[in-house]
Design a protein around this ligand. Structure first.
Ligand code: ATP
Ligand code: MG
Length: 278
């Protein structure tokens, strides 16, 4: 079995006293790619925020270990220095700080905390520009405020650029594929694949099987009803794409949207099916 990278046990997270995560268990080994899928509002971003150390999200139960250490007792800076990286579903803009300045100071502060020497300015610039070309991004984006006025797709590419520059050990990418055109999706996927290594792990939150056509996951999990309700291999994502999520509560959807000659109509209970859905 692969060395353990991330171990989440019986994790409960409440937001405004409402339990969002209610006993999540997840083990991620070194070199593995795990995709987390699940309905809107099921807590995928909540899990990502908690792992990143966002102050608004605290565990009320359970534990999270990162390479054997108690992740939840580490500060945001300690997590970053230890190699944990989160790409947000909605990347933050930092007006007034250029992208290149941001990358340089983030990388140098990581290196400093690891006891490595700061990179020489020219060396740094050459290496970042090579990565910008790899991502087929406009070089001008390096000199604009971080994500300031970036298009949705440019922000997502920029997240992957950060990933390639900072080279974390554990990356959690929250919907890095959303809003990308098909070519951008391929570039983002190629960037993420370039990051993959036997000693690095990836947790990909996504709604779409499409991303997983380009980034083959080792495991696919469904977060639903506050827990990982199902786990499987890549075929699980394909099944979900075809069949959707079975409601966690067993409740029936009030109506079904069906496409009929290009228009969608609310419908009554589906007709002509045998035996029910379960
Ligand atoms: N800061 C907050 N204040 C209030 N409610 C919150 C907060 N953060 C999360 N929640 C609630 O927690 C639930 C889970 O939200 P979360 O963003 O984790 O879902 P998600 O699985 O990422 O959904 P999506 O697929 O739409 O991105 C939602 O009902 C959300 O409204
Ligand atoms: Mg989310």
């Amino acid at each position: 079995m692969a060395d353990e990278m991330l171990s989440i046990r019986d994790l409960e997270v409440r937001v405004d006293d409402k339990p969002i995560l209610q006993g999540v268990n997840l083990q991620v080994g070194a070199g593995e790619v795990h995709a987390i899928m699940g309905p809107n509002g099921s807590g995928k971003s909540t899990l990502a925020y908690l792992l990143a150390g966002h102050p608004g999200y605290q565990a009320s139960r359970g534990e999270v270990r990162y390479r054997g250490e108690d992740l939840l007792s580490m500060s945001v800076e300690q997590r970053a220095a230890a190699g944990v990286f989160l790409a947000f579903q909605y990347p933050v803009e930092i007006p007034g700080v250029s992208n290149i300045q941001f990358l340089k100071s983030a990388l140098n502060s990581l290196r400093k905390q690891r006891g490595e020497p700061e990179l020489d300015a020219i060396e740094f610039l050459d290496s970042v520009k090579a990565k910008v070309r790899q991502m087929q991004m406009e070089e001008a984006l390096l000199y604009r405020g971080v994500n300031e006025g970036f298009s949705g797709g440019e922000k997502k590419s920029n997240e992957v650029l950060q990933l390639l520059v900072l080279e974390p050990t554990l990356a959690i990418l929250d919907e890095t594929d959303s809003g990308l055109d098909i070519d951008a999706l391929k570039r983002v996927a190629a960037g993420i694949n370039a990051y993959r290594r036997a000693d690095r792990s990836l947790v990909l939150v996504t709604h779409y099987q499409r991303l997983l056509d380009y980034i083959e996951p080792d495991f696919v999990h469904v977060l639903q009803g506050g827990r990982i309700s199902r786990s499987g291999g890549p075929e699980l994502a394909r099944e979900l794409e075809r069949e959707g999520y079975v409601p966690a509560t067993g409740a029936q959807a009030p109506f079904e949207i069906r496409e009929t000659h290009g228009s969608a109509h609310p419908q009554g209970p589906p007709e002509g099916r045998e035996g029910g859905d379960e």
